[in-house]
Design a protein around this ligand. Structure first.
Ligand code: GZL
Length: 330
């Protein structure tokens, strides 16, 4: 019944448009969203990849929220390659989706394809990671974390942990994906806080690309060339978990011989924290799906939305992890 009614309405509206009244509201062949002609929103979503526990949880949140919101989701996994994301966005433009959302794997190199989306009158929402485009008209809003603040939180814990020590503190850092907003900003926030005290020395800093395997490999190299490591700061849990394998492989005790700070607070990281192998975790929530779908509906309806929506996040000590684990959603 509803389908027939809406079909009749559509025919009526189309007739009005063809009569040259030209008033808005209907989707003609040249307008985005002219897919099946029904009023269901179609979203093209380009995901970074499947590199970490965080990413898996984020993908689940986006897919489940689209279903709940009644939004048709065209989902693409870029396997951490920018060229795959650009291809996916171009495909979404060709398919005339109503809205495009994506988590840019790196900050730079998006202006051309985002201009193509703008010219096609398809609104874009940035989710999770940001871009460094000077032209902020290329996207409607950014939904995600304040990564600089996450780095600051990690630094503040370390400063507190060593407040009574005058000894040099040798730190190694496992950075996230080179050129990505979380890697750039978590590094900057951490350095800003520890930079206030010369005893903190970052003696090695290298990307582990947000993966366990690379985190383990780079930590093995750090251990070989730096006999006196006091602290590891890893930009995500997965690299920290890989590093734990390397530390144990070198006959050292993670969480004691080498203190470890990570970011994310996914289940495996929280378990290592509760087990005493990690000392502190800064939360970065992957559960962006519900807010993303709400923003998409508003943007497609032409409503004003905030240019930046920052997610609520906390931090966890070992004790707090033991309390939180039983009810952890991801
Ligand atoms: C942060 C997100 C990062 C996570 C990593 O919002 O982009 O990418 O911290 C993930 O675990 O790989």
């Amino acid at each position: 019944m509803f389908k027939r009614m809406s079909a009749l309405l559509l025919v009526g509206a189309t007739v009005m448009t063809m009569a040259g009244c030209g008033s808005g509201g209907t989707t003609s062949a040249s307008q985005p969203g002219s897919g099946g002609g029904d009023d269901k929103i179609t979203m093209g979503f380009s995901q970074v990849g499947a590199e970490s526990g965080w990413r898996t949880a984020n993908t689940k949140s986006v897919q489940e929220s689209a279903k709940t919101a009644g939004i048709e989701l065209k989902f693409s996994d870029a396997q951490q390659k920018q060229e795959n994301q650009i291809k996916a966005i171009r495909s979404f433009i060709q398919q005339k989706v109503d809205v495009i959302a994506f988590s840019p794997v790196v900050e730079s190199g998006w202006d051309t394809v985002l201009k193509e989306a703008k010219n096609a009158k398809i609104p874009v929402i940035l989710t999770d990671r940001a871009v460094d485009s000077a032209d902020t008209s290329l996207y409607k809003t950014f939904l995600g974390s304040d990564f600089v603040e996450e780095g600051r939180k990690a630094g503040k814990w370390l400063v507190e942990e060593y407040k009574d020590s005058t000894e040099t503190v040798n730190i190694v850092e496992l950075q996230g994906t080179t050129g990505s907003a979380p890697a750039n900003d978590r590094k900057a926030g951490f350095a800003e806080v520890i930079g206030a005290d010369a005893k903190f020395k970052v003696i090695a800093s290298q990307t582990g690309d947000f993966t366990r395997a690379k985190g383990k490999e780079v930590m093995e190299a750090f251990l070989k060339s730096n006999p006196d490591i006091d602290v590891l700061y890893a930009h995500n849990d997965d690299m920290g978990l890989g590093a734990i394998e390397a530390i144990e492989g070198a006959g050292k005790v993670p969480g004691k011989d080498i203190k470890i700070i990570t970011v994310d607070a996914v289940k495996d990281g929280m378990q290592a924290l509760a087990d005493g192998k990690i000392n502190y975790i800064v939360e970065c929530s992957p559960l962006l799906g519900p807010q993303l779908m709400d923003l998409a509906k508003k943007v497609v309806a032409g409503e004003q939305v905030p240019t930046r929506v920052v997610t609520e996040e906390t931090t966890f000590t070992q004790e707090q992890a033991k309390q939180a684990l039983p009810t952890r959603q991801y």
